[in-house]
Structure formats: structure tokens, C-alpha cells
Design a protein around this ligand. Sequence first.
Ligand code: AMP
Length: 396
Amino acid sequence: MQKRTLDQMAVRGRRVLVRVDFNVPIADGAIGDDTRIRAALPTIRAILAGGGKAILTSHLGRPKGVANPAFTLRPAADRLRELLEAPVHFVEHTGGPVDPAHRRAVDALGDGEAIVLENTRFHPGETKNDPALATELASFADLYVNDAFGTCHRAHASTEGVARQVAETGMGFLLAREIAYLSRLLDKPAKPYVAALGGAKVSDKIGVIENLLDRVDALLVGGAMSYTFLKALGRQTGASRVEEDRLGDARTLYRKADGKIRLPIDHVTAPAFDNEAPRQIVSGAIPEGEMGLDIGPETVATYAQAIREARTIVWNGPMGVFEMPNFARGTLAMAEALDEATRRGGLTIVGGGDSVAAVSQAGYAERISHVSTGGGAMLEFLEGKTLPGVAALQDA
Ligand code: AMP
């Protein structure tokens, strides 16, 4: 069912509570990467330009239900003010999102102004989806808009509970864009359709693989999870990282996939988990004591070709230990192949921290069809699960 979006809501003179994702990296009070704040700008600008009042709520880090100045949203509010060049209020206090100081500030808010409420996770009720907290948050709002895709897979007070208690609710532009793009990966995707999955664990991706298998033409597996598959098939994986308790699952999935799951044919290995460890390229069996830390050049070539020839491509998870430059090649090569696929008219979608970092680092972020702001949320969406934060919003 299609959800209502912000452009279908009348905001003039009204208090619009917006769940944003301002969970940005902050060190010594300074914001490292403000991508998430920028991503929320279209929604916030539309509310302010429409004469509404924007009341922004977000979490930051994991303060575990207590007020902790190390997790204050003040730096995010300051950055937002610079970016918007509009009045953005922030009230110093320790009471979490529903402090009386907030109520006074929200009551005093003029049309076309914004306020950033303090970290929702300063309140223990946030992650418990406490109805009392949701009711208090709802009392700040005539309208509720969710624009925090990255947290929509969590039923928290500021994502799910509050949406059930505000009369009029809908999706912000960022959330709407995420849902529109990701839906194209499940609903009649243009063929050939290729999924590339990497990262540490098979266990995180079993649901996604199961849900995508019937839809894709090929599923390219890389990263440490490929060694669990290879070992499950009886190959030698040396000292590579393997999930021993998932060998059975991996074997079952591989059989079910009927040839669609593709595994690395060569590897960049080293005797230690260290960027400076001596590297070698190994085809087939990985010797005793060596660990696979990246996909090898032959694998890169075949995976890249499959991606270039596809019309729909989704990628989540690094192909190797991307954090170490000597084992980042496979991951960067995927970013390059996606860029080429996009230029050939393919639909390309990337999600997950390392994969997104790879496309950004390689300078392709602007050229990929869609770079998702959600890692966990994207995976749950691809598993076919209902995201509670989206489900709680009203239908169009
Ligand atoms: P995930 O959080 O599941 O996306 O996994 C990301 C992590 O997997 C990164 O920290 C990578 O360093 C790690 N990773 C990827 N490939 C390998 C590998 N071959 N061996 C060990 N760790 C890996």
C-alpha cells in the first residue's frame, strides 16, 4: 500500500514533528560526515518554505536511556542552522525529548522555524517503544513525518509508537525516495538482475539471499561470507574467517540457488589479519595458515562483467577487508563496475556502510542510481519484511 508523502500534507501554521536521522559521527564536538543531515534538508526546507514549524527528533549513538552530554544533538543543530540559513532552535537540558524546556520552546516556535529536540535515546522509553513517551512526543505535533529510513526497521517510540498517535502522518522525501528505489528491487526488476553481497557473515544475509533468489539471475558473493559457502562445499579455506555454525545453512542455500550463487574463484590471501602482511594471489584451494582477505583478480573480472551486463544491480557489503588498503581492491572494483552499469542505463542501488564508503571514496556516489542511507533497514526491506516505522504511517 502506498503511504502518504509530505507533499500531500498541508503544513502552513502547523507543528510538524519530523523523525530525522541525525546519527552522525561526532568527535570532540565536531561533526565528521554530515551526509545524513544534508539528506534531510529537502523535507525540512519544504516544511519551512510552506510556513510550517519543523520539530525535529533523532537519536545519536547509544546513550542507553540516560542523558549524557557526549551524545548531545547540539552539534547537529548547529550544522543544520548553517546549512538551512534559517532559525534553528536547540535547548540545552538533560531531560530527553520531552523535557518541559522543549515544550516552552516548541510553543514559542514561529512559522518557518525549526527546533532540534535533544537525543530521543536520553529517554529509556525510546527503544522500548514506551506508549507514554510516544504520547508525549505526539503532543508536540499536529502532523508527523518520518524521514529516517535507517531506523525504520526498529519499532521505537519516535519511529513507530508516535506515528500511531498523531492524526495525520506521512513519509518525508528521503524515506519516500528510499522506498521507491528499493521497491524496484523486489517488484518486477528489469533483467538481467544481479545482486552482489559481501561482508562478514552469512548469518546476516540468509534472509536476503532467500528472498532474492527467485528474483535475481545471479548472486555474487564476496567477503568473509564467501568462505563459509566455500567450506560448506568442501573446499579448502585455510585460516579464512568461517562461520562454522552456518555451514549447513550455506550448503542448503547453495543447493536451492541452483547455480545462481557465484563464489570467488581466486583470492588475495595473507598469513595475518594485517594490512602489511605479505599478500599472495591464490586460485582455488587456500593453503593452511593463509586467510582470504579479498577477492582475487579473476573473480573481480567475472563479477564486474556480470554487473556491467545487468540492468538491475543491488550491492551490499564489502568484497574484502575494505578497511585495509591492501585488501580494498575487490570492493573498489565493484564500485567501478556499478558506475559503468549506471552509465549503460542500468538501475544501480548500493547500501551498507563499507559499500557506500567505497562508492564515495571512488567518487561515484553521485553517479549511482541510488545510495541508500540504511544498512540494516535496507537488508530487512530486501528480506521482504515489513518495516515498522513505515507500516505505522497512513496510507495515501
Ligand atoms: P558487514 O558488517 O557484514 O557488512 O561486514 C563488514 C566487515 O566484514 C568489514 O569490517 C570487513 O573488514 C569484513 N570482511 C570482509 N571480508 C572479509 C574477509 N575476507 N575476512 C575477514 N573480514 C572480512
